[in-house]
Every structure is written in structure tokens, then in C-alpha cells.
Design a protein around this ligand. Structure first.
Ligand SMILES: Nc1ncnc2c1ncn2[C@@H]1O[C@H](COP(=O)(O)OP(=O)(O)OP(=O)(O)O)[C@@H](O)[C@H]1O
Ligand SMILES: [Mg+2]
Length: 305
């Protein structure tokens, strides 16, 4: 459904996208994962026909994004990084405006249906200025869905909203996978893991890895990270004990406890439990730490340097 081949984009001297290729099959949710400045937005803007690539090709539903950009736009819904919203319009007026702009037939029913789909029916007559950030994000999603596109492209839809609303937006994205092909960008690995069938990891404009998210995490993450909170020991004693546990590579203070990094493929939890108990301390907390992609990059870079 999406076919990207050897895509490059140069801004002046800066190569923002460098020979990128990937596919998204019909009904698939594909994540574009990468840190700030990786080139995610640039790729998405090329795919939506808003900007020409410097070289390479991209097709959506069989149409070339440059040669058939009108056909592409009919079939693509796009939620940009910053959604242009009009604060003095109501939810319904805004979605109706987009429905008309896109020539949607039976606009009235379609507008109601799409507002229901993003769970804004009870706010349909509210002014946009009075919506929460998460609601605005869902309204942006309604704008992207109003013409019932085959392909939906979402540029970091969970950025800057509170945790509860992040969960709601992720749920909406997952549901979109039934009936649409979804391309979704994020810089949070665990988010890609929760939402996507497949992930394409981009760094400095290049694809550095691609595949099933859980497998990629295992590949990229150099050992598991754990948070440990110990009672009955001074910080110095707790640290000394943790550092002596075989398989522990790194101990870092984190609040009242410690973040540990284990050697790859090593489960250090039994040893932690045993050592803490033997020393007569109390294990108050022991849990895995979810890492963002940036953490992992920093980790890899830190180890190399
Ligand atoms: N219009 C532009 N003119 C010049 N350089 C640009 C332009 N747009 C983006 N860039 C540069 O291209 C690179 C990729 O930018 P892009 O916005 O695609 O990255 P991104 O992965 O979306 O980043 P973020 O996570 O911050 O949104 C960055 O170095 C950026 O500074
Ligand atoms: Mg971006």
C-alpha cells in the first residue's frame, strides 16, 4: 500500500533523508521510529504529496506521490506534527469544513460518524479553544479520517499530551489498523512496540533497522534495565552490594533507588533478591525500566565512547 524506494531529500547542503526504502502492506501499522531530526516528518510530508523528494520514488495505493499527487491525497489522511486548528470553530464546524474541502459525499452523516469514532460526540458543539490537548489531537485525527482514506499518516500523535490521553490516542491508532494502512511516527520505542506491527528505525536520515518491534528491542537494547529500591541500607552500602552482583554492568542512582543495567541475556533478578536478603536489607521494589529510543542511543553511544 505504501512503497518507498531509495528516497532522499536534501535541504540545501543538509541530507535530511538518505536513501530510505520501506513498504507498508494493506492493513499494516508501521512505525517510523527515530530521535529528533531523524527525518520522520520529511518522509511523511513527501508521502502525503506536500513536498517533492530530491531523488527516489514513493507510491501510495499504486500512485506516485509526485506524478499523481491528487490521487494520492484522496487516499491519504494526514495528521501533521502541529495540526492547524481554528479556535473559534466548533468541533462539528471544523470537521464539516474539512469534509467539504475534500468533497466528501453525504458529508453530514460522515462528519457525525467520524466525530463519534474519535469519541468527541459529547463535545461536538464545543469551541476548539475549549478542548484539551488530547481532544484537539483526536479532532486532528477526525480531520485525517473524514474522507475515509485507505492510508493514514500520523506524525508523532502522542507528543505533548498527558499520559491518560496518550493511552487513548494509542488505542485509536491501534483501532485504525482495522480498515486502514497506518504509518505512525514516534521517538518512543515502547510506544512503537505497543502500537505497531512493524517498525522502521531511522537515524540521521538513514534506515538503521527494520522489523518486528519486540525483536528489534532485543537487538538494540544492550542488556535489560531494572529499577531497584532497597530498604534498611545506606545508599553507599546498597550501591556497593549491587555493584558486586555478577551480571550487573552499571549502577546509577535514581531518586531513592538505583537503575541497573544487566549484561545482555542475563537475568540478574534472582541474584539481586538473594543478595539483598542475605545482607539483611529489604527489597522494596524491583522492576524493568522501559527505555525510550533516545535512552538506548545514548546508552550505545556512551558505551562506545
Ligand atoms: N524546511 C527545512 N529546511 C531545512 N532543513 C530542514 C527543513 N525541515 C527539516 N529540516 C532538517 O532536516 C532534518 C530532518 O528533519 P525532520 O523534521 O524530518 O526530522 P524529524 O525526525 O521529524 O524530527 P522531530 O522528531 O524533531 O520531529 C533535521 O536536521 C531538520 O533540521
Ligand atoms: Mg518531526
Amino acid at each position: 500500500m505504501i512503497e518507498v524506494r531509495n528516497l532522499s531529500k536534501r535541504y540545501g547542503n543538509h541530507l535530511a533523508v538518505d536513501d530510505v526504502s520501506f513498504d507498508a502492506q494493506a492493513g499494516e501499522i508501521v512505525g517510523i521510529l527515530g530521535p529528533n531530526g531523524a527525518g520522520k516528518t520529511t518522509i511523511m510530508r513527501i508521502l502525503t504529496g506536500f513536498m517533492p523528494p530530491t531523488s527516489g520514488t514513493a507510491k501510495v495505493a499504486g500512485f506516485d506521490v509526485m506524478e499523481d499527487s491528487l490521487e494520492v491525497r484522496k487516499r491519504v489522511g494526514y495528521l501533521p506534527e502541529r495540526v492547524p486548528l481554528y479556535p473559534d470553530m466548533t468541533v462539528r464546524e471544523y470537521v464539516t469544513y474539512w469534509a467539504k474541502l475534500r468533497g466528501v459525499k453525504g458529508a453530514k452523516e460522515q462528519v457525525s460518524a467520524v466525530i463519534e469514532r474519535v469519541q468527541l460526540t459529547d463535545r461536538r458543539d464545543s469551541l476548539i479553544r475549549n478542548l484539551s490537548k488530547g481532544m484537539r489531537q483526536r479532532l486532528g485525527l477526525a480531520q485525517a479520517l473524514v474522507h475515509n482514506p485507505q492510508v493514514v499518516i500520523l506524525d508523532e500523535p502522542t507528543i505533548g499530551i498527558d499520559p491518560q490521553q496518550v493511552i487513548e490516542v494509542r488505542d485509536s491508532v491501534r483501532q485504525l489498523g482495522q480498515g486502514h494502512t497506518v504509518l505512525f511516527s514516534t521517538h518512543i520505542l515502547s510506544e512503537a512496540e505497543q502500537v505497531c506491527d512493524r517498525v522502521v528505525i531511522i537515524n540521521n536520515g538513514r534506515v538503521i533497522a527494520e522489523g518486528d518491534p519486540a525483536r528489534l528491542r532485543a537487538q538494540l537494547q544492550p542488556g535489560e534495565h531494572l529499577f531497584v529500591l532497597i530498604g534498611g541500607a545506606s545508599d553507599a552500602d546498597a550501591r556497593r552490594m549491587l555493584e558486586r552482583i555478577p551480571g550487573v554492568e552499571n549502577v546509577e542512582a535514581q531518586g531513592k533507588g538505583f537503575n541497573l543495567r544487566a549484561r545482555p541475556n542475563t537475568d540478574i533478578r534472582p541474584a539481586i533478591f538473594e543478595q539483598v536478603t542475605r545482607a539483611g536489607y529489604v527489597l522494596l521494589e524491583l522492576r524493568p525500566v522501559a527505555m525510550t529510543l533516545e535512552d538506548i542511543f545514548l546508552d550505545i553511544v556512551g558505551k562506545a565512547g
